[in-house]
Design a protein around this ligand. Structure first.
Ligand SMILES: *Cc1c(COP(=O)(O)O)cnc(C)c1O
Length: 435
């Protein structure tokens, strides 16, 4: 059976209201100038009847696709019954359901004993809470983050982020963070865990004793660099030995993106603190969570707060998502199969064009050499109805973040578009170089 294909519209919408009234800070809309009206599953529809295949998924916020029918129905039922929409941090049926489901389906089966802290609703809030707690518990100031790390836009999380143009927006010094080389940063022959160990063990290295080591298992915005399990085990051991807390930022790589619910599963270590957001609500509703070992729960009531801690609508959809996708191993198997398909196809494209691939699971991309070529690739994809974005220090990685629920045939069809677009973009760039 031939899968449904994208059907982009070629005419530009009227964007005068955005130019007149929306801040110039908008970004994605510039590369994809359409007006979107509705979405379901892996498809987004513009207001002129165009249909686009979504290989961006809200930067991994829509792992279960747009408006999944089970999640949508749970939310519709809850709203119809006048369920609590906003309740500060009061006990609600929706919150109890979520915590019980998280405990039964995610924590217990994995032998994880975490307390859940509901922070403000975006990922950066979860990161702020994590580093604040680590500093409070250890009485230390320094956080060790890594090159190409991305952790959010508020000052504390921004200080942990590597990207210079994002950092420049702070307007004040970003301090109390050391950026150490991530796995592979100095090439395959330099063990950067060993470098870190040596600096921490050397009383004269200038590196203060850290409160925390903050790491992404696969760097989402930083170029889909996937740290090896051995390196990560070493980092966990270094954190333990030096009295620092290990924080895994699982905001983009978690919720199934790299194969299991958490990206660190099966790697032989347990983080002290874990941050989740993006796909946690399952339906694109804002919802962030900081998980930590019970002994670390040294907050006094209200010490860290926020008006929108615990979004009850998101509790409802998150609970439905946990029940629907994570109560047995079927979804994990689907992700593994699709991830292998994605790996195979990207490897073939890379081999043909002499490029290299990055990533793990359903979080993979292709290094096309430069941000200019990558922008040409994504523009060519969009013209063919495929929504796809870039990542990396120079935006040189074309990243595939298809919904995890994507049909294998539709995934292949989207990768056909990517393959053709890469061929066209590279031919154009060689043409320019030859002139
Ligand atoms: C997106 C992201 C964040 C920030 O989340 P926001 O919801 O944008 O504040 C933090 N860490 C990682 C790894 C992310 O991908």
């Amino acid at each position: 059976m031939t899968p449904a294909l994208p059907k982009p519209t070629s005419t530009l919408p009227d964007t005068r209201i955005y130019e007149r009234r929306e801040s110039t800070v908008r970004s994605y809309a510039r590369a994809m100038p359409r007006q979107f009206a509705r979405a379901e599953g892996v498809w987004m529809h513009d207001n002129r009847g165009g249909r686009y295949l979504d290989f961006l998924s809200g930067c991994s916020t829509l792992n279960y696709g747009h408006n999944h029918p089970v999640l949508k129905q749970a939310l519709l039922d809850y709203i119809a019954a006048d369920g609590i929409a906003h309740g500060l941090d009061l006990h609600t049926d929706a919150k109890a359901d979520f915590l019980e489901t998280l405990e039964a389906l995610i924590l217990k089966p994995r032998g994880l004993d975490y307390r859940a802290m509901f922070t403000g609703p975006t990922g950066t809030n979860a990161v702020e809470a994590a580093i604040k707690l680590a500093r409070k518990v250890t009485g230390r100031e320094l956080v060790i983050a890594f090159t190409n790390g991305f952790h959010g836009m508020t000052l504390g999380a921004l200080a942990c982020t590597g990207n210079a143009s994002k950092r420049a927006g702070a307007g004040v010094p970003l301090s109390h963070v050391a950026h150490e080389p991530y796995d592979g940063y100095h090439g395959p022959d330099v063990d950067t865990a060993e470098l870190l160990e040596r600096r921490l063990a050397d009383p004269s290295s200038g590196l203060d004793a850290p409160a925390a080591i903050l790491v992404e298992i696969v760097q989402g915005e930083g170029g889909l660099n996937a740290a090896s399990p051995e390196w990560l085990r070493r980092i966990a051991e270094i954190a333990r030995r030096h009295g620092a807390l290990l924080i895994v930022d699982d905001i983009q790589a978690g919720c199934g993106r790299t194969g299991d619910f958490f990206s660190f599963e099966g790697m032989g270590f347990t983080p002290d603190i874990v941050t989740l957001a993006k796909s946690l609500s399952g339906m694109g509703l804002p919802f962030a969570l900081t998980l930590f070992r019970p002994e670390l729960d040294q907050w006094s009531p209200g010490e860290h707060n926020g008006t929108f801690r615990g979004n009850n609508h998101a509790f409802v959809t998150a609970t439905a998502a946990l029940r629907h996708f994570w109560s047995d191993g079927a979804f994990r198997k689907d992700i593994a199969r699709r991830g292998a398909l994605l790996e195979r196809r990207l490897a073939a494209i890379a081999a043909e064009q002499d490029l290299s691939t990055r990533g793990r699971g359903m979080m993979r991309g292709i290094d096309v050499g430069s941000g200019e070529v990558a922008a040409t690739v994504t523009a060519a994809c969009f013209a063919r109805g495929l929504i796809i974005e870039t990542s990396g220090a120079h935006d040189e990685i074309v990243k595939v973040l298809a919904p995890l629920v994507i049909d294998d045939a539709v995934l292949s069809a989207g990768l056909d578009i990517l393959e053709e677009s890469i061929r066209v973009a590279l031919a154009a760039s060689y043409g320019v170089a030859a002139e």
